[in-house]
Design a protein around this ligand. Sequence first.
Ligand code: SP5
Ligand code: ZN
Length: 351
Amino acid sequence: MALTMPVVFADRHDGHDPGGEVWIGVRTPATEVPERAERIRAALAAAGATIVPARPQPDAAVLAVHDRALLAYLASAWDDWVTAGYQEIQDRVVPYLFPHPDLLDGVAPGMPASTAARAGRHCYDTMTLIGPGTYAAARAAIDAALTAADLVLAGARAAYACCRPPGHHATRGGFGGSCYLNNAASAAARLRDALGGPVAVLDVDAHHGNGTQSIFYAEATVLTGSVHVDPGAGWFPHYLGFAGETGGGANRNLPLAPGSGDAEWMAAVADLAGWAKARGARGIVVALGVDAAEGDPESPLRVSERGYVAAGRTLGALDLPTVVVQEGGYDLQAIGRLVHATLAGIEEGRR
Ligand code: SP5
Ligand code: ZN
């Protein structure tokens, strides 16, 4: 059966070529590549989906979930890098110094005059590089998420946004983990404002959705739940994602042991769905990373394609207005069919 939910796509994603990731000081190949989105588009178009262009959104929509300083930094980071002449040395913006809490000891940081120093002001890792098209793509991704939210608010039961770059590691004032602006958080804020009640972000990406958690931490109107590989077992984002981070009941983390497969992962997805329902969510945002799949190069979880269909059914059976936002997923051979499997599951689950 053809996929009925609208699929929102932003062509400008392809201007963002991360150009690599600096890991322990070594430049390694990029994982969050433009081909990811093209594979997803091809799979969903083949399934008969209607592709809708992302509608540009005003700064105010971004500022609902981010600090103005982050937005301003991202908007000018590449041009500033070029103006300062660093492009001759390094073809992406790469930080070298971070205003670490133990550097500042409680003193507010000054604004660095050096463009190279400023590169660490908002970026918390060395893996999330900025090139000429990065800002336009990050804006286009948040446009896509908000366009999908608007389609749902206009009556679609569900809508999918093919967001690239992904967003769930971006906090109000910071970015990292291949993410720049938090697409899922922006969609959740818009749903919450329009539905006049609690909404839930349910994050099934293999990594903890630390940015979304932090943006809404202890905020009862946007519940945040995440199933992910246990950061305590050595996985990104390492410092966050533990079960004890409850936000007074508004946040739920379900870390899984490396090697976990369908049974453990599905139980966690069902737990998150039941939790959102019990807490009276009126709408959900599914932060859909498909990197928990067996064979994905970025995670040790072992979820099957059938697992994604089952997760989709469980989320669809909630029968709530649903915005699905793309997060990670790095196996180019699999990403299209895994996203399609999940969306098809959601549509089956509501019948
Ligand atoms: C959106 C999303 O899925 N972001 C995940 C980012 C996790 N990246 C962490 C990479 C950890 C270092 N791995 C070594 C790779 C060497 N190339
Ligand atoms: Zn991930």
